[in-house]
Design a protein. Structure first.
Length: 102
């Protein structure tokens, strides 16, 4: 099963596809039309399920089909737990704000 993770940020949009390993990763500038940029980025990408995060998640997720919407904080926490299994602090420095997860 191939999963896609789409992070729609204020400055960039990131897309990762993976199953047991990362299959692809792409980054583009968000620009003035994030939905169009997401469609361009995802053109030709096949996946079975998708998770969307970032400030533009509520804009693009309904337009791109079935997708789970997750906050950046939850996405970071789940990813950190998967990678490290122990508590480590994370700092996200984004285009509009910063977040710290302890």
């Amino acid at each position: 099963m191939i999963s896609a993770g789409l992070d729609v940020g204020s400055r960039t949009i990131k897309l990762v596809t993976f199953d047991t390993v990362i299959r692809s990763s792409l980054v583009t500038e968000t620009g003035a039309n994030p939905l169009r940029r997401c469609r361009e980025l995802m053109s030709g990408i096949n996946y079975d399920r998708m998770v969307v995060t970032g400030y533009g998640r509520h804009l693009v997720a309904p337009a791109l089909g079935p997708a789970k919407i997750v906050s950046e904080i939850r996405a970071f926490a789940v990813g950190a737990r998967h990678l490290y299994r122990i508590a480590v602090p994370f700092i996200d420095i984004g285009g509009q704000d910063c977040k710290v997860i302890l």
